[in-house]
Structure formats: structure tokens, C-alpha cells
Design a protein around this ligand. Structure first.
Ligand code: FES
Ligand SMILES: [Fe+2]
Length: 439
């Protein structure tokens, strides 16, 4: 029997290494974490017309996300009910129907089985096609253009699940009147590490930046004088709630926050609108973020990604650049290239991050290396409530591991098999017992 409370002692900031490497824990995660959470499926801009579809993954389960004739979006398991072949094998496109390439069963865009080859001769006309559609994702929610889905009938509605993280999510998702678009051409690649390293870092870890990325700053800013002047450790804050996390510098202007090229100038040209829409404080929110469990974005580079788990020791990253919907083609291409240069498999920042995670994962092959707790105690006891107009629970610094502890606590609660009511009650209890120092 797994003793989850022993593996994650978040109140003490202790994380047991086996949660990143144990195949048994991984199988349980698929069932208790991923199949019970809201997972990112697609963005509105990927599904422009009826029949538009994209492949997505809900952890290891492949799904097809399809725009319906009435404008709604459905998602269903990309698995033929005849013998389990992937129904559709292309990444995205527009379809009237999906025909399985193994024996030819065909499904309409709603995921209903509509044609079976040799139905009379082979099945004697006795197959009830209405019973053999793929498994439908029962709950889908569109939030500011982002579609999330869940297999779980009991998980709270998406907005409730998001909680105070909505304030931070909106700083990205609801930034422009016109909405966002994902720049076509996502980057997909594999990293040999556990998904939690990536999700946790985007949730909580600013601490690695001055060390891990020091060479990237040298490559990016050739002039040592200018480099010296760039403050990579500005004052900042960190948010943690419902397992989600966000860390951000306290900026004084959008100019001080950004390092991009012309696409960035396009972003800045909308600055006034953004200030009016979000208020100054939120307009300047510009950090690293994870919506539990595996959807992350980095505002400073307009990159968002999903960390799809692929076994305990591997992830498949799907990453997109995003821009305001009306951005000119040139800006979109520049944003995409900028992401390629910085946060992609060959990007100067991303390679630093991936290197750290794969090294950790390799060390975890050792028996002894899996025996002693990791330290996630940074800033323990220095959390704040409602500090400086920021909603939810925030830390007085972005150099903190409060969001990591919050993420692992949510993970542990789900892994323990607690119901959503029990989790909510436990969270409320925790808040009551916590010291609430004034900001
Ligand atoms: S597996 Fe799809 S038609 Fe046989
Ligand atoms: Fe990094």
C-alpha cells in the first residue's frame, strides 16, 4: 500500500523522490490525478469552422477535439471501438467524418459510428451502431477561448477549480478585447523526465533562473554593460491556490518586462488598451504559471504548453506561441521564431531546463538516490493572504516554494482518493488554521 502522506509532507516542505520515478505511482496518477482534473484540450482559434479538429491528449489518452455544426465543441477518445486503432492519425484539419484506417469503421464529427464496411455480409445486419461510438469526454468547458475537458463527473465547475488563479490566467487569456490566437505550428518534443518537474517549475521556480540560465543571458545580451544592468532578480510575488501556481516580478512598465523583438513591439502598441482592460497591476503581471496539473505558460515569451506524461520518466511537450487575434502575419512568425530561439527543444532557455530535469531523472535510477527527501522548504511560514491587492494566497517573494508545496498537496489529496468535497473541506481547514500575517 502506498502511504501518500509519507511521500508528500507539504506542511514541512518534504517531497519523497519516489513520486517522480515509481511506475506504480505513475499508474495511479493517470487514474487519480489526470482522469479527475480539468485538462487543456484546445484553443478556440484552432477550431475555426464546423468539422475543424485537433488531436489532443488527456495525459496518455488521445482525444479528438472537434467543432460541431452548432458551433459547440465535442471531444472523444481517439480509439476505434472495433479493435482499438487510432481513429484519426493526422494532427489537425477539417473533416466531414473520420474513417479508421484498419478496417474502415467510420464516425461522424460528433463521434457516432455511422458506417461499418460489409455491414450486411459480415455482421448480418445485427450490429447496433448507436452502441459503438468512442468514449465521449463528458464535460467540456470553454474559458475565455480555452477549452478544458475532464472525465470526472464530480470535479467542481472549471471556474471554481481555477479559483483565485483566474485572476492570473486572465492576465494572459483575457488581455485583449479581440482575444488570442495560437500561432499555427506548435512545437512538440520529448524530454526524459517526470511531468511534475516541468509543471512544478512553471508553477513555482524562479530560483533557478539566475543560475541555470546565466549562459543564456550571455548569449542573448552580448554587451556586458547592458547585461549587468538587466536585473534578473527583481522584487516579485508568488501565488498558490487549488494546486495552481504563478510567480512574477513586480514591474513598473511593460517595457521593463519584455525582451522580444518586433512582435513584442506589437504587444506594446496595445498597452493602453490592456491597462484599461485589466488595471495596471494585472496588466503588468508577467510571469511563470501552471494550472494544475499540466498546463503552463510563460507570459514574458508568449509561450504556452502542455506537459503530457509518457510514463514516470518521460514527457511529451506541446508548445504554442500566442498573440492577439489581429496580430499581423509578420508578428506571428516573429513570435514563433522567438519562441524557437528561447523556449523550444533547441531554445537557449529551454535546453537549460530540460537538462536539469533529465539529469535529476537519471540520478533517480539509483536505489540510494530514491531514499532521502527533497527540500521544498523555501519561504515556509512566510505566506500571506490578500497581499497588496493580489487575490488568494501570495508569498512576499517570487523566490519561494509555496506554490510547489501547494501543487504537491493537491496531488497528494487526489492520490489519496479524497472526494472533491473532502478536498475542499481540507483546504478550508488549512486556511483557518494558518497564521494570517498582515502584508
Ligand atoms: S480497428 Fe478500427 S475498424 Fe477495425
Ligand atoms: Fe527555466
Amino acid at each position: 500500500m502506498l502511504d501518500i502522506d509519507r511521500l508528500v509532507r507539504s506542511d514541512e516542505g518534504l517531497i519523497h523522490p519516489s513520486i517522480y520515478s515509481d511506475p506504480e505511482i505513475y499508474q495511479l496518477e493517470l487514474e487519480r490525478v489526470f482522469a479527475r482534473s480539468w485538462l487543456f484540450l484546445a484553443h478556440d482559434s484552432q477550431l475555426p469552422r464546423p468539422g475543424s479538429f485537433v488531436q489532443a491528449y488527456m495525459a496518455e489518452d488521445p482525444v479528438l477535439v472537434v467543432r460541431q455544426r452548432d458551433g459547440s465543441v465535442k471531444a472523444f477518445l481517439n480509439q476505434c471501438r472495433h479493435r482499438g486503432m487510432r481513429i484519426c492519425r493526422v494532427d489537425e484539419g477539417t473533416a466531414k467524418a473520420f474513417t479508421c484506417t484498419y478496417h474502415g469503421w467510420a464516425y461522424n464529427i460528433a463521434g457516432e459510428l455511422v458506417n461499418v464496411p460489409m455491414e450486411e455480409r459480415a455482421y448480418h445486419g445485427e450490429i447496433d451502431k448507436s452502441k459503438w461510438g468512442p468514449r465521449q469526454v463528458p464535460r467540456i468547458h470553454q474559458y475565455k477561448g480555452f477549452y478544458f475537458g475532464t472525465w470526472d463527473e464530480d470535479v467542481p465547475p472549471f471556474e471554481e477549480y481555477l479559483g483565485d488563479m483566474a485572476w492570473y490566467f486572465d492576465a494572459m487569456a483575457d488581455r485583449f478585447d479581440e482575444g488570442l490566437t495560437l500561432v499555427p505550428g506548435p512545437t512538440k518534443w520529448v524530454i526524459d523526465c517526470n511531468w511534475k518537474f516541468a509543471a512544478e517549475q512553471f508553477s513555482s521556480d524562479m530560483y533557478h533562473v539566475p543560475v541555470s540560465h546565466s549562459s543564456a543571458f550571455v548569449a542573448l545580451i552580448a554587451d556586458p554593460e547592458i547585461r549587468q544592468a538587466v536585473d534578473v532578480t527583481p522584487p516579485g510575488r508568488q501565488f498558490s491556490g487549488n494546486g495552481h501556481g504563478s510567480g512574477f516580478g513586480l514591474r513598473t512598465s511593460l517595457e521593463s518586462a519584455r525582451i522580444g523583438g518586433n512582435w513584442d513591439a506589437y504587444m506594446r502598441s496595445s498597452q493602453e488598451e490592456v491597462y484599461q482592460r485589466l488595471g495596471e497591476q494585472r496588466a503588468l503581471h508577467d510571469g511563470h504559471n501552471t494550472v494544475f496539473p499540466n498546463f503552463s505558460w510563460l507570459s514574458i515569451n508568449n509561450t504556452m504548453r502542455v506537459w503530457h506524461p509518457r510514463g514516470a520518466g518521460q514527457i511529451e511537450v506541446w508548445a504554442w506561441s500566442y498573440l492577439p487575434k489581429g496580430a499581423p502575419e509578420k508578428a506571428k512568425q516573429e513570435a514563433r521564431l522567438d519562441t524557437v530561439r528561447t523556449f523550444s527543444p533547441a531554445g537557449i532557455f529551454e535546453t537549460d531546463d530540460g537538462e536539469n530535469w533529465t539529469e535529476i531523472q537519471q540520478v533517480l535510477r539509483g536505489h540510494v538516490a530514491r531514499q532521502s527527501y527533497f527540500n521544498a522548504q523555501m519561504g515556509l511560514g512566510h505566506e500571506r493572504w490578500d497581499a497588496e491587492g493580489l487575490p488568494g494566497r501570495t508569498a512576499g517573494d517570487m523566490y519561494q516554494e509555496m506554490a510547489a508545496r501547494g501543487m504537491y498537496q493537491r496531488w497528494a489529496d487526489l492520490m489519496s482518493g479524497l472526494s472533491w468535497e473532502e478536498i475542499a473541506a481540507k483546504d478550508a481547514d488549512r486556511m483557518k488554521n494558518e497564521e494570517v500575517p498582515s502584508a
